[in-house]
Ligand binder design. Structure first.
Ligand code: J2J
Length: 541
């Protein structure tokens, strides 16, 4: 077998050697990590989800059984498996069982629908798709029916709960058997999804070595240990609650991870109180909702020491309210599934905590801030952030043409974020140069939505842009040039839903125009379109 999965760019050998020498990559896999923690912390609680409480020994045993079951089903090393599970214990049983075999989870979000899931299955040639039966009023088995017909490689649909016509996950916990040798630490462990700015989501190959390093770094910075209790309120598949330090970082530290089925204060506050949660992570709009709720229920948060906020820019004003209203330390987190994660440190001065998005995990995270021509700007000036380092990918999966644009020749990743660096070396996110809308932490690639709109017979052209929003930070607006009489906006949004686009990507607003304003080089000017929404006079096309 080839040393890495074909289609996954990797670090040049000189860098890999350096990262090993520096002690970042320690040659450990996720399968081994859980075994080791089970030996060390066997009777400690690893995971709390709904009615279930699993010790490290329980989790390790369940994972061994499930790995045997997956193996018996024929799932092999490097097989791709699309995993779309809500915040249930099975999520971690499934992914660790796949890690043991060296099979590769593709981390779909619960909000994804036929368009996204069908694409992930087809693009990765997935052999299996793992879902819950029903969650939050949605029946994932219907989605699986739809997807199965379109993906010939898909052999198994595996369901946590009532399986209907599919394979019950519960039937796969088998007596542990001898398994083939596990993956190498340098192997890809799973695929994260890119927020992206392109027509289809990009897949991010993360290795055991690089991801475990980012966990160890995050655990140190967030001071997790075996007494820590981490609450996972965001969807567990997302890189932030998974790894910064998230549930996997909590396992790394031997602490307890509590999974919340949804992030509303009514659900989460009693959980924080009951489980004595010490740290949790939210996106900015949720931080606002929690701060409002805490006015009357702050006593439920007494155990909380750290609130991490990330995924989108938190205003300084909101940041300043966290400590007074919630009584805990704010930690700003500016990360990306491609790698680089920045944190404010827990003992940073208050002004650094409220007004910056932190600094990198690793001394070997290399940052460049460049202008439009790719030239480095002066220190402290604003520009586009490029990064390279021991846990930042060198390329997306099977995306050669896109990689040539998204990475420099010497391996720096174009984050698409516009930042400046403070004299103390902290990053402040000032804006964005990528064609993406950040809807309260949910990333929407404009081109993806535009392509779906263009499929409608009444749409001649479409351009999707961000509208500022007091609650979400940004919402989406689709500017549409109709072919003939414009359809009602709800006809278009219903059309996108019916095409199986995740709800958070459905435009919040649709505006019909006669023509698009153009830039000097004749491209659609999204800036001029955003100005229209901001109340500027209509552009002259
Ligand atoms: C402004 N923009 C931010 C912040 C992310 C930890 C935390 C977040 C993510 C994440 C993650 C931001 N202020 N504090 O993976 O491990 C925007 C940037 C960035 C993009 C990445 C993690 N924190 N962003 O959000 O892959 O534009 O990862 O490039 O979903 O979110 O999105 P994503």
């Amino acid at each position: 077998t080839p040393p890495v999965l074909p289609g996954c760019p990797t670090w040049p050998e000189a860098y890999a050697a350096r990262y090993r020498e520096a002690g970042y990559w320690r040659g450990e896999t996720f399968g081994q990590l859980l075994h080791e923690r089970a030996q060390r912390h066997g009777e400690r609680t690893a995971l709390v989800a709904g009615e279930r409480r699993l010790t490290y020994a329980d989790l390790d045993a369940r994972v061994s059984q499930l790995a045997a079951g997956f193996h018996a089903l024929g799932i092999q090393a490097r097989d791709r498996v699309v995993v779309q599970l809500p915040n249930v214990a099975e999520f971690f049983e499934v992914v660790f069982a796949l890690f043991r075999l060296g099979a590769l989870p593709v981390f779909a979000l619960p909000a994804h629908r036929a368009s996204e899931i069908g694409y992930f299955c087809a693009f990765t040639e997935a052999v299996a798709y793992v879902i819950a039966d029903k969650q939050a009023g949605f029946d994932y088995r219907t989605l699986a029916e739809q997807v199965r017909g379109t993906c010939p490689t898909l052999k198994h649909v595996i369901v946590a709960g009532d399986a209907g016509p599919f394979t019950a996950l519960s039937s796969l916990y088998a007596a542990p058997t001898a398994l083939p040798p596990g993956p190498a630490p340098s192997d890809v462990a799973f695929f994260q999804l890119s927020g992206g700015s392109t027509g289809v989501p990009k897949l991010i190959p993360r290795t055991h070595d690089d991801y475990i390093y980012s966990l160890r770094g995050s655990v140190d910075i967030c001071r997790l240990d075996e007494t820590s209790v981490y609450l996972c309120a965001l969807p567990a598949a997302h890189n932030f609650p998974l790894s910064s330090p998230g549930v996997l970082g909590t396992f790394y530290a031997g602490g307890t991870a509590v999974l919340a089925p949804n992030p509303s204060p009514d659900t989460v506050f009693p959980l924080i109180e009951r489980e004595r949660v010490t740290i949790t992570a939210v996106v900015p709009p949720l931080a606002m909702v929690w701060m409002d709720a805490a006015r009357t229920r702050r006593h439920q948060l007494a155990s909380l020491r750290v609130l991490q906020v990330g995924g989108a820019r938190l205003s300084t004003e909101a940041a300043m309210r966290v400590k007074p209203t919630l009584g805990c330390t704010l930690q700003q987190v500016f990360g990306m599934a491609e790698g680089l994660v920045n944190y404010t440190r827990l003992d940073d001065p208050e002004d650094v905590i409220v007004s910056t998005q932190g600094r990198p995990i690793s001394p070997d995270d290399e940052l460049r801030v460049v202008d439009e021509d790719g030239e480095d700007v002066a220190l402290g000036e604003t520009g586009q952030l490029l990064t390279r380092g021991p846990y930042t990918i060198r390329g997306y999966y099977k995306a050669e043409a896109h990689n040539a644009k998204a990475f420099t020749d010497d391996g720096f990743y174009h984050t698409g974020d516009v930042v400046r660096v403070t004299p103390q070396g902290y990053l402040v996110v000032e804006g964005r140069a990528k064609d993406q809308i950040n809807r309260g932490g949910d990333k929407v690639a404009a081109e993806e939505v535009e392509n779906h709109l263009l499929a409608h017979p009444d749409v001649h052209d479409a351009a999707v842009v961000a509208v500022p929003d007091a609650f979400l930070g940004e919402r989406t607006c689709a500017f549409v040039i109709a072919r003939g009489t414009p359809p009602a906006p709800h006809v278009l949004t219903a059309f996108l839903r019916q095409r199986g686009l995740a709800a958070f990507k459905i435009p919040d607003r649709v505006e019909f125009v006669e023509a698009f304003p153009k830039t000097g080089v004749g491209k659609v000017s999204k800036k001029a379109l955003r100005d229209v929404l901001a109340g500027a006079p209509s552009p002259t096309p």
